[in-house]
Every structure is written in structure tokens, then in C-alpha cells.
Design a protein around this ligand. Sequence first.
Ligand SMILES: Nc1ncnc2c1ncn2[C@@H]1O[C@H](COP(=O)(O)OP(=O)(O)OP(=O)(O)O)[C@@H](O)[C@H]1O
Ligand SMILES: [Mg+2]
Length: 338
Amino acid sequence: MIPFLAPRLGLDLGTSKTSLVSGNKITYSEPTAMVADTRSKRVLYIGRSASERAGKLGAGSEMIRPVARGVIADYAATRFMLRKVFSQAMKSPMALRPMVAAAVPIKISSVHERALCDAAREAGAGKIYLVPCNLASYVAITGNMNDPRGSLIVDIGAGVTDISVIASNEIIVGRTLEFGGDDLTAMVQRLIEVNLGTASSREEAAQAKIKVGLQPRKGEKIYIRRMDTEGGSGLQEIEIPHVDLAAMLYKGLKPLADGLQAALEETPPELYEDIFFRGVILTGGGSLLKGLADYFQSRFQVKVNMSKEPELTAIRGVGRIVNDFSKFREFFNDRAAF
Ligand SMILES: Nc1ncnc2c1ncn2[C@@H]1O[C@H](COP(=O)(O)OP(=O)(O)OP(=O)(O)O)[C@@H](O)[C@H]1O
Ligand SMILES: [Mg+2]
């Protein structure tokens, strides 16, 4: 295969969302979810059409979330999904196997790296390059990678949070926390169950989290709706108190705040100054939590900058890297290419 003729794709296989970039376009960005027949394991739905069936499936089919905490949890399902996603992006049948650059958590084990590369290859990829997601986001935001000044990037995903200090193409300090936005959603589910005595779906809890965040507002109410089995009045509305929800989310952020604190403590003094003046960059869908930037700002006395469309920042960066590969080639010289 002549590598420079091979088509190029960028992949971000996230816990909650999978995105693919081809050329300058994001050609796929849908939930990392599948529905399969329980007995035959035949895949019935992939992506959005699968996730919108969450909680509505009968015994004959099951929901599969093939990625957990940023790494592959179900190998066969991932391979199946990637095959569909890759082939959709390649208009003609895959004559030349595409070169694929994939965003990965900063601290990923070699076993998980290998699993991703094998799954991608079995799904049709040729050469595969792995890019730490913070570096990809950094490229998307700054447009370059060779700046000697320090930048601190925090990517709050669904299952993991990646924190790193980057300077001159290198991750000087890097951490992957097993904590993400879905952990906050799970806390909201528990709050509803314990305080209000009713179970809630992941979707309902996520909506409540998104609506309130760390900013409770007087006068605004959020409800979950249930069948009124006793009163016979049809639907019953159960109010979730804003203040309790925000207070719990605030407490729930401790692992994140601790992780950021530890990363700042590890940062060499020369770079700390850059970060102090340039600010921390927040990205990933979890960074959209209302009031989060203000919270970090007051807790760490450092400016906080939000990236635009944070759920797509990493994939945009991977796209830039594959499309301008000669410029970034040097970065991969001593890194894993499979
Ligand atoms: N407005 C919002 N407020 C709070 N949280 C949000 C908001 N929008 C999305 N989220 C959360 O962001 C998370 C998804 O973020 P993202 O798409 O970056 O994850 P991912 O890349 O798939 O996961 P990971 O990087 O952990 O593998 C979910 O937990 C979701 O609930
Ligand atoms: Mg992510």
C-alpha cells in the first residue's frame, strides 16, 4: 500500500459519543450505543437510533455500550460499529485501506491500545496512529503544536477526564481520571431514588443535571413524571429540588477538583506562570455543566477558557492532524503506530 495515497480518517471513540472525520468534515457523530437481538446477537440498531431506544426495549433485545471509561469494553460490538462507520465514510468500496488517527485517553494501557488498533484494523483500517485526546484538542484550539508555552487542558468526557499540561508537543504532566459526566448523572439518579423514592432513567437524570448544574434558580422547577398509581389522576409530577441537586453536584465534583489540584502541583514553575496568564482550557461534553468554569475559577484563582462545541473539539483536532499529516508527522516518530 502507498500510504500517502490512502484515504485518511480521524476517529474519536468516546464512552458516550463516536465521531469520525473525513476530509474537513465530521461525517459521523452519534452515541456509542447499539441494540442487538438478545439471543442471536444480531445488531438491530447503531448510534442514535439505538440510544433513543434506551429503557424502551423488551426482553428480545438488549442495549450494548461498547466503550466504558474511554476504552473498549465489548470488542466484537466495537469492531462491528467501526466497520459500519468507516465504510459509510468511504464512498467507494475500501480499495485502499484508510490511514486512521484515533484520539485516546492519556493514560491508556497497552492492552487497550492494542484492542483499539486490532478492532480498527479488522474493521478495515490500514495504518493506525494514536493521539492523546488532549493533544488533539490542543491542536484544534491553537492550530499548532510547537508552542513552548505551557497550556493546561481538561477534557471532561462521559467516563473519563483527561488533564494535561502541554508544551512543545509534549505532555509534561498527564492524568486520566476514572470520572466523567456520567458519574454525575449516576449521582443524580441516586439522589432521586433516595430523596424522592422513585427510580429515574439515565436520560431523565442527565436532563436534570444539564438543566440545573451548579446554578440552582429560584422559581424554576424541574419535574419527573410518573403514572399516579394511587391517586388515579393519570400523570403525577414529582419535583426535584434545584438546591439539593446543585449541592450534590458540587460535592460530586471533588475527584475532578482534586485531579486538577494535583496536576497544578506537579506542573513545573516555569510552565505554571504560562498557565496562570493564559488560563486553563476546559473541553469535553462534561465541561458544559452550568457554573463549572466559575467554580474552577474561584477555587483555583486561575482564568478558565471554555472551548467551542467541546464535545467535538478532540475530533476536530484529530481531523487537522490527519489532513495535515506531514506537519504533524514528527510527533509520531517515537510514538505508537500500529
Ligand atoms: N450541558 C451539559 N451539562 C452537563 N453535562 C453535559 C452537558 N452536555 C453534555 N454533558 C455530559 O457530557 C458527557 C459526554 O461528553 P463527551 O461527548 O465529551 O464524552 P465522550 O468523549 O464520549 O466520553 P469519554 O471521553 O469519557 O470517553 C456526558 O456525561 C453528558 O451528560
Ligand atoms: Mg472524549
